[in-house]
Design a protein around this ligand. Structure first.
Ligand SMILES: Cc1ncc(COP(=O)(O)O)c(C=O)c1O
Length: 418
């Protein structure tokens, strides 16, 4: 037997080996100032490409005004209690109506957080007789929801339709034996690689198999589709998504989330999603502020157009300079290099300290051991000059990486005193 705390200290997780680095440089960095392309990091102004503030709504003057007024009028406490008990309001109901309409579904339900919402929706949708089939690169909230499932689950390699079909054959066999149903889960836009879930391909399989489709469109909502209704709209299959989910943490630049679908299923979910039944309702300022964001998203298409203008300039500029961006189809722009973790840290530091550019760097175990991924998130409030500055910096970085400049430990050690 061991003391639990001693064990945890020894096995602090895959990222623990980096914990000797300063807590606020590579991990838990503090970006200061108003949410904008230029923010302060480590005492200096940086050009920031690391926020999912896709449409630039976080600091939009109308949003800030409504957020402030709603907080002044209601405080963060109202309404008190869970929706089911004492935490319902006309604003919550109205926001749900507007969200459902926007994503072309009959009904919608607010969730306090996306992560918890997804876990709990999956939990509510299936019992031990049912079978889940899900994409291997799904977000942690899907994986954790699946972990709660007591019945069979099958995973298909990312976007591999041939394999999905095989898993559906297996799932159908089991569901026929148990008398259960099948839930297929994927994402609209995958937040690391930026490619879309093959929703069209999955929906095509509905002709051969009997299943329901749940799509987490956290990164597609507001960024994809003609109206911004997401990856389903983009691929022309929005009506075939049985349950549509998005968080407010990205395009909406807020907190909260929602799920939308048929009225009867939404009614079922209102009485079954435990993360909502047993939690206080979403605070009123977030609901009122959410409606303002949705209004801007609906009525100011130039926000999405700008986002895509910046995205296209960034992605084509990087490709022209020989960078490899994987298979992105969305504003999420991964820039992939070959190199180890030490080189990744040195590159990120050089980029921040000497080029004044801040973007997230993703390392093993999120990507394979010899891959370095810089993840650039363009937004509607960046400019073409920001893009140019970044392209120049990335070209310099690539040159230095190829020359072996980042193999030295010297740079990282400087940050230890930072
Ligand atoms: C694909 C995906 N689903 C769900 C979530 C969780 O949403 P929230 O931040 O609202 O908990 C995120 C991240 O925010 C995400 O990227």
């Amino acid at each position: 037997m061991v003391d639990l705390f001693e064990k945890l200290k020894m096995e602090a997780g895959a990222l623990a080996k980096y914990s000797h680095l300063p807590d606020d440089y590579f991990f838990f960095p503090k970006l200061e100032g108003e949410i904008a392309p230029r923010m302060k990091f480590n005492g200096k102004q940086v050009l920031n490409w690391s926020l999912n503030n896709y449409l630039g709504l976080a600091n939009h003057p109308e949003v800030r005004k409504v957020d402030g007024e709603a907080a002044a009028q209601y405080g963060m406490g109202a309404p008190m209690g869970a929706r089911m008990m004492s935490g319902n309001s006309v604003n919550h109901l109205e926001f749900e109506r507007q969200l459902a309409e926007f994503v072309q579904k009959e009904d919608a339900m607010l969730l306090n957080y996306g992560y918890q919402g997804v876990v709990s929706i999956i939990d509510a949708m299936v019992d031990r007789k049912d079978v889940i089939v899900y994409d291997a690169e799904s977000h942690a909230c899907i994986i954790d929801g699946v972990r709660l499932h007591m019945g069979k689950r099958f995973v298909f390699p990312h976007n591999n339709m041939e394999n999905l079909e095989k898993q559906l054959v297996r799932a159908t066999k089991i569901a026929n034996e148990t008398g259960g149903g099948i839930l297929v889960i994927t994402e609209g836009v995958f937040g690391m690689s930026g490619d879309m879930g093959n929703l069209k391909g999955i929906c095509e399989l509905k002709k051969k198999f009997n299943f329901r489709l749940f799509v987490d469109d956290a990164h597609g909502f507001g960024t994809m589709g003609k109206t911004g209704a997401g990856a389903g709209e983009e691929q022309g299959v929005q009506d075939q998504i049985d349950l549509y989910f998005s968080t407010f943490a990205k395009s909406m630049a807020s907190i909260g989330a929602f799920v939308a679908g048929d009225k009867k299923i939404l009614k079922y979910l209102r009485y079954s999603v435990r993360s909502q039944i047993f939690a206080k309702s979403l605070p009123m300022p977030l609901v009122i502020g959410g409606m303002k964001r949705l209004e801007l998203l609906r009525t100011q298409p130039e926000l999405k157009e700008n986002l895509w203008k910046i995205t296209r300039a960034m992605q084509s500029g990087l490709k022209e300079r020989g960078f490899y961006l994987g298979s992105t189809q969305s504003p999420v722009t991964p820039v992939l290099f070959k190199g180890g973790v030490g080189e990744a840290a040195n590159m990120a530091m050089d980029l921040r300290e000497n080029y004044g550019i801040f973007c997230s760097v993703v390392i093993y175990p999120v990507v394979p051991k010899d891959v370095i991924m810089f993840r650039i998130i363009p937004t509607a409030v960046h400019t073409l000059a920001d893009v140019e500055e970044t392209l120049t910096a990335f070209s310099a970085l690539k040159h230095k990486l190829d020359e072996g400049f980042y193999r030295t430990e010297a740079l990282v050690s400087v940050t230890k005193g930072a």
